[in-house]
Write a protein that binds this ligand. Structure first.
Ligand code: MTE
Ligand code: LUZ
Ligand code: MOS
Length: 750
């Protein structure tokens, strides 16, 4: 079962935002953004720019009829800067012209004067000055003091993970087309059409029903378009609304890199205690999250870090705190894993450091402490259908962890110029938006008179294959081929009040809504069939496009059934609404059961370090992953492979750097190294854990979008272990990314 988009992708026929046929008279927008990181604006003069021929208008905050505000969780972010700027790349104005070229020329003619203000780029300094986005939060389980008393080994340390650029192939963009009576059709490359609709309506001071957001597909989002697709959409809508002309914006890669936020960098300070038998007795950790200049999704991301603070382990005494800090860089945002990977890296660092100091293999400590059925997470949820141990055992059976370690040791004893390192990475990731109210979705299904089917949902196709999965659900319920089914664009007029396609839950939530709507329709169709056959409904089945009666195939085909239903005036359209059951969370106690289920898995990573050049290859990654009962193993394996390589990039290649003035140094693909085919593992094996799936997962097929990103963590520790094999005096730090430069320095560090 392939991704149903694969053919049009391959032929270059798939339509992204910039491929939408433009309406005559379309104008082009370009953002004028701040060149300084923190300053008061003393003077803004665009007279010269406005005199340029072909220049239509330059929009600033003074042109906004409604609120100059785009903050989704906290209202702390203006669409256009008013009197102050807070980061380099912050939007100050939108230049609208007949061509993008003219807009670029005009940009150079804008005059602006600033009074520069002191700035903070280091989140640790922000913490000292109590520049918080929201107050810190703490999750607690058990009693740290008790844990200390039971510990033979107590280890203190710290770790650090860096930012990450989303590098969706399609940059941010939006296209607003005005309609009659002040209505707007808004095409946006967004994961969150409702959020785009809502914020745009507030900026324009019009009701939401005047803004129709339509999304065909994205050329990748990875979280970068969960919240940060909104400003561009609001800007072009503002211009279209005031000028009554279609206006489009499509960011150049350079502008996108500079103006948009990235994965949150985190630092962690931890203390971990273990008893003689290597049971973790307590874990105390304090994270500092670099939020950037405004809240964006930072409070929600901070929450997911708290939820994933203990990774795949049961730790009876835990205290996890996160400080979300404000700095003068672009607001950091959602990125695959959403703060979870940052939390999990720290516990893995603590385990590795403990292993080093105690003198045992890390995988001994890891295995000893894996979550079991009935264990309690620090937030009170009880682990059910826990697959941590089963996936580890399955990985060990299939890939022989012990044997791989022995072979690496043997290799290392025989080679000096190359060293091997191995690491094991157990993963555990919670599925559901941690904000319980967001876990719902809707679908609208039409069966046309000829038997073809059109489905609208709130899910956004961004390469992950959610449209293919939606078709599979309908095809399975109706028992008709996929060719009869079309997935429509995601459109706020057809399906309203959607949550963003995020938290890996797009397929589950929207798929369940499709299942509900199609099941309702099926009931009605069976009723029609029973009338056609003068029988009763329990004798009717639909199998492979034919009505079966009393378990015997009839000659009545799907089309005939639909035609008859139509002539009998049966309702052939249905909507479905799904809200995840059973989940809840009490923020005042920091306890609850927020996740519908968890996804587990185990990977074994082997790295090969060239000790002369200081370079490394990831030789192999062997994975046993908990897909539940995968509804589409090809797509799901694609998600695992893609996420793995994205994770490897985060921890071993990609380095976001700002200078002291808040300027992004890694502002091009020449200075920011993303994984390519040469840095991909030489071998990736992905095996499915045998499991019965989960009843609340769509067709028992567990969410797969984000969890496998965590397998990338293995690359960091595998390379680190290879360095240790060469340089026994090396005392590792736990600062990521482990770039080739750092490997080189670490090989010879005394
Ligand atoms: N896969 C592709 N090809 N492109 C993407 O942008 N985003 C990831 C993941 N896989 C992404 C992707 C992220 S961050 C999420 S949350 C999920 O897909 C969202 O889709 P789902 O909920 O349908 O899994
Ligand atoms: N977005 C969000 C997310 O709003 N809440 C979440 O819990 C979440 N998790 C992962 C990715 N995006
Ligand atoms: Mo994904 S970070 O939930 O868009």
């Amino acid at each position: 079962m392939k991704n149903t988009d694969s053919k049009s992708h391959l032929r270059g026929e798939s339509i992204y935002l910039d491929d939408i046929a433009e309406v005559q008279g379309t104008l082009y927008g370009l953002v004028f953004d701040s060149p300084v990181a923190h300053a008061r604006i003393l003077n803004f003069n665009c007279k010269k720019a406005e005199n340029l021929s072909g220049l239509i208008k330059i929009f600033t905050f003074t042109d906004i009829p409604g609120e100059n505000q785009i903050g989704a969780i906290i209202k702390d972010e203006p669409l256009f800067a008013e009197n102050e700027v807070h980061f380099i790349g912050q939007a100050i104005a939108l230049i609208v012209a007949e061509s993008e070229r003219t807009a670029r020329d005009a940009k150079k003619l804008i005059e602006i004067e600033f009074e520069e203000l002191p700035l903070i780029t280091d989140p640790k300094i922000a913490k000292e000055k109590e520049q918080f986005i929201v107050p810190p939060r703490t999750f607690r389980l058990g009693n740290i003091q008790k844990g200390k008393e039971q510990s033979k080994y107590i280890i203190k340390g710290n770790s650090e993970t860096g930012g990450q650029e989303h590098l969706y192939l399609e940059t941010q963009g939006a296209y607003a087309v005005p309609k009659e009576n002040g209505n707007i059709t808004l095409y946006s490359s967004t994961q969150g059409p409702t959020s785009v609709q809502k914020i745009t309506s507030q900026v324009l001071d019009v009701p939401m029903n005047k803004i129709e957001v339509d999304v065909n597909r994205l050329g990748g989002g990875f979280g970068g378009k969960e919240d940060q697709a909104t400003p561009w959409a609001a800007m072009v809508s503002l211009a279209a609304f005031i000028l009554n002309k279609p206006v489009k914006i499509s960011l150049s890669r350079h502008d996108d890199l500079r103006m948009t936020g990235k994965r949150h960098p985190y630092t962690a300070e931890y203390t971990i205690g273990l008893s003689e038998d290597l049971k973790i007795q307590f874990y105390e950790v304090e994270f500092i999250q670099d939020g950037g200049a405004s809240a964006d999704l930072s409070p929600a991301i901070m929450e997911r870090t708290l939820f994933h603070g203990t990774g795949s382990y049961f730790i009876p005494n835990t205290e996890i705190t996160v400080y979300s800090c404000k700095t003068n860089t672009p607001p950091n945002t959602a990125f695959r894993g959403f703060g979870g990977p940052q939390g999990i890296f720290a516990i893995e660092a603590a385990v590795q450091q403990a292993a080093d100091e105690i003198g045992v293999a890390a995988h001994k400590i890891q295995y000893t402490n894996l979550l079991k059925e009935g264990d309690e997470f620090p937030y009170g949820q009880i682990a059910k259908q826990a697959e941590a141990i089963s996936s580890w055992k399955s990985a060990d059976d299939l890939f022989s962890i012990g044997k791989q370690c022995k072979e690496a040791e043997q290799f290392n004893s025989e080679n000096k110029n190359f060293k091997k390192g191995i690491s094991v990475t157990p993963i555990c990731f919670g599925i559901s938006f941690t904000n319980t109210v967001m876990n719902h979705a809707r679908a609208l299904v039409h069966i046309y008179q000829d038997g073809s089917v059109g489905i609208s949902t709130g899910a956004i196709e961004m390469g992950q294959g959610v449209n293919t999965k939606m078709k599979q659900v309908a095809s399975q319920v109706f028992s008709i081929p996929l060719e009869r089914i079309k997935i429509e664009t995601t459109n706020t007029t057809r399906v309203a009040n959607t949550s963003p396609t995020a938290a890996s839950s797009g397929a589950d939530l929207n798929g369940k809504a499709v299942e509900i709507a199609t099941t309702d329709l099926l009931g009605r169709l069976k009723q029609t069939a029973s009338e056609m056959l003068n029988s009763s409904i329990e004798h009717i089945q639909l199998i492979d496009e034919y009505i079966h009666h009393k378990n015997k195939k009839t000659d009545i085909k799907w089309n005939k059934l639909i035609e008859t239903a139509f002539l009998n005036r049966v309702k052939l359209s249905e909507k479905g609404h799904y809200a995840s059951p059973e989940i809840w969370y009490d923020k005042s106690k920091e306890k609850g059961s927020p996740f519908t289920y968890h996804v587990y898995g185990t990977s074994v990573t082997t790295a090969l370090v060239d000790t002369i050049r200081g370079t490394f290859d990831i030789e192999s990654v062997d994975i046993v992953h908990d897909f539940g009962k995968s509804m589409n193993l090809l797509l799901d394996k694609g998600q695992v492979e893609g996420a793995l390589i994205q994770g490897i990039g985060w921890l071993s290649l990609e380095e976001i750097r700002y200078d002291k003035s808040g300027r992004l140094l890694s502002n091009a693909l020449s200075t920011y190294k993303v994984p390519d085919i040469n840095s991909a593992p030489k071998s990736v094996r992905v095996e499915a854990l045998e499991s019965s799936g989960h009843k609340h997962a769509i067709l028992k097929s567990k969410a797969v979008g984000e969890p496998p990103f965590l397998y990338g963590i293995g690359s960091y520790f595998a390379v680190q272990n290879a360095i240790k094999a060469f340089n026994p005096g090396f005392k590792p730090d736990f600062i990521a990314p482990m770039t080739h430069e750092k490997v080189f320095m670490n090989l010879y560090k005394k």
